[in-house]
Design a protein around this ligand. Structure first.
Ligand SMILES: O=C(O)CCC(=O)C(=O)O
Length: 269
């Protein structure tokens, strides 16, 4: 599947892209592998609050190969360049609504998320919704503040003008980390996992930003961004997407140790 020039332009301008049925054939192994990660980690989700495992695809050899998958590689290459970095990702059983937020806010570099929703999700049942264009770094635009919908516009958050990205299992969603996103009405058992990727950092400002991102994984009590399994099963192509992160994560073990000493449990997102 090649990403077209029009899709690249759409992503640049609106901050998201949907690739319908991109992983339809792989679903027959992705679904049991997803469940197996939760079983292996003995995480029993009871629907009352989000269950989250980080990094996620790294937990299983076969899931790790998603990073080598032609759709992932060609989409990432088109959107952020062929020497993109893999930054880990999460696997979730979501529970209920997710209010409006961004995944950080990067004024340098380019950070994207690829999301696999493993249950059909519609507008009223937990489909991701985005405020198109809200990833642009002009922070003066008040459309970037849907979390203040009540205060700014006198409407509930779920009535903010937004694009609802309804998906079926096998579809792939890609969005810029800066974009405002949310979901409403999802069940207590909504399954989804992600890969976070960024453009290779080149300038000192981009490298500092990459290090900040890497260090933020301390809240998950991680000493490394990627698992041993992910690294040890990597061929040279995959290593291209791991190496810059490995080179810039030296401070992570000490930061994770501090989090272990001060937090009751690893963060859930
Ligand atoms: O699906 C959801 O409820 C939210 C997903 C999300 O916020 C994310 O992956 O960053």
């Amino acid at each position: 599947m090649q990403i077209t020039e029009q899709q690249i332009r759409f992503f640049e301008n609106f901050g998201y892209l949907k690739l319908p049925r991109a992983f339809r054939e792989e679903l027959e192994w992705i679904l049991p592998e997803f469940e197996q990660v939760f079983a292996d980690r003995q995480v029993v989700h009871d629907g009352s609050k989000r269950s989250c495992i980080v990094p996620f695809i790294d937990q299983r050899e076969r899931l790790s190969t998603l990073l080598d998958h032609p759709v992932i590689v060609s989409a990432a290459t088109a959107l952020i360049g062929g020497d993109f970095n893999y930054l880990g990702g999460d696997g979730n059983y979501y529970s209920g609504d997710t209010s409006w937020h961004t995944d950080g806010f990067h004024t340098v570099g380019k950070y994207i998320k690829m999301a696999f929703y493993l249950d059909p999700v519609r507008a009223a049942t937990g489909a991701l919704r985005v405020v198109p264009g809200s990833h642009h770094t002009d922070t003066r635009w008040e459309g970037r503040h849907p979390a203040k919908a009540e205060e700014l516009y006198g409407i509930p958050q779920r009535e903010m003008p937004a694009q609802v990205l309804e998906t079926d299992p096998g579809d792939l969603l890609i969005f810029n980390h800066n974009i405002m996103h949310a979901s409403f009405g999802g069940s207590g058992f909504r399954r989804m996992f992600t890969l976070n990727l960024c453009r290779r950092a080149e300038t000192p400002a981009e490298i500092a930003d990459l290090e900040d991102y890497i260090h933020s994984a301390a809240r998950f009590w991680l000493d490394h961004t990627h698992s041993e399994l992910m690294r040890h099963t990597a061929g040279p192509e995959r290593m291209r997407h791991l190496q810059q992160v490995i080179d810039h994560e030296k401070a992570l073990p000490a930061l994770a140790a501090k989090c272990r000493a001060t937090m009751a449990e690893p963060a859930r997102g």
